[in-house]
Design a protein around this ligand. Sequence first.
Ligand code: KG4
Ligand code: ZN
Length: 357
Amino acid sequence: MSTRILGIETSCDETAAAVVDDGAIVRSSVIASQHGLHQPYAGVVPELASRAHVERVLPVAEAALRGAGVGWRDLDAIAVGSRPGLIGSLLVGVGAAKALAWALERPLIGVDHVHAHMLAGLLRSPEEGGERLAPRDVFPAIGLVVSGGHTALYGVRSPVEFARLGATIDDAAGEAFDKAATILGLGYPGGPAVDALASTPGADDRRVELPVSRLGRDSLDMSFSGLKTALLYAARGVPGGPAPEAFTQSRRVNLAASFQRAVARAITLKLDRALDRAGEALGASCRAILAGGGVTANSRLRNELCELAARRGVRLVIPPLPLCVDNAAMIAGLAHHRLAAGLVDDLTLAPTPTTAG
Ligand code: KG4
Ligand code: ZN
């Protein structure tokens, strides 16, 4: 089934729109970041985010059409990230998508943002050569989402069937990176800054002993809040305890590298476990790991995921860096599969703060 879909994404602090053909070819992907707006608060302020989305959503959608060299009437469907996210932010994207779908008389497709992250590795630019993956090359798969709001493992039987196998019981990995950055005196969003610091030549990732949570022998859940507290104590000293080691640049570099090592270890440990159980979870042998979300941009995690996939003999499907973080191409990508499966919405589509699971 051939499709050309406009995707709209406003679930958090990026206003994004993209035009994607056939769930794979990204004709354009426009992202208006609000990082500058939220930087003074070291986190996203929901009311500021939704107001900024109102101003930007239509200009960003128009820019996506211009970038793709197509007109409104060339679109086959309008897709929108309708869950999970900040409710005020979601409302803006869902409202805009409904208006466009109604005015253009095109199907409306609400997409779960967390699920969309897992299919982002199937997207590519028109110039990119290389193999085009067919569903039989990829599904069934184990999905891994590691973002600022979510960290979870999934059994993915098809592009529209996701069953959660485990998830963080406290902070998401990206949230832990952002807090680690604050502890280390770096800016927001913290993940890229911690990554850069940890990649300093000479960084010693075993210098600081930090805990990797296992949560029991069988659990596929994860936890990052203890690690964050351990980093805080390692960096600043235990309350009432002896003064911490001087906060030199090399200490900071080693703390960042040790933290990043512990996060990557915690994630790959559970992914390895999920692969052990893939047969039972998927009812067939696993063909691929579908990884996505902002933290899959992390250099160390990417390397470890490549090694793990090679060791386990499964394909790693992971997006290029710009499609790891929030974007609208992944929304249009998943929408293609939903449209093909007849899973379309009507104008009663409501934004929902939680993921479908
Ligand atoms: O997927 P995303 O854009 O938004 C959510 O859906 O939450 O993920 C954003 C998160 C932020 O916490 C950011 O610090 C983290 O991804 N991130 C990274 C890197 N790039 C972005 N974390 C670690 N290393 C990176 N290179
Ligand atoms: Zn996201």
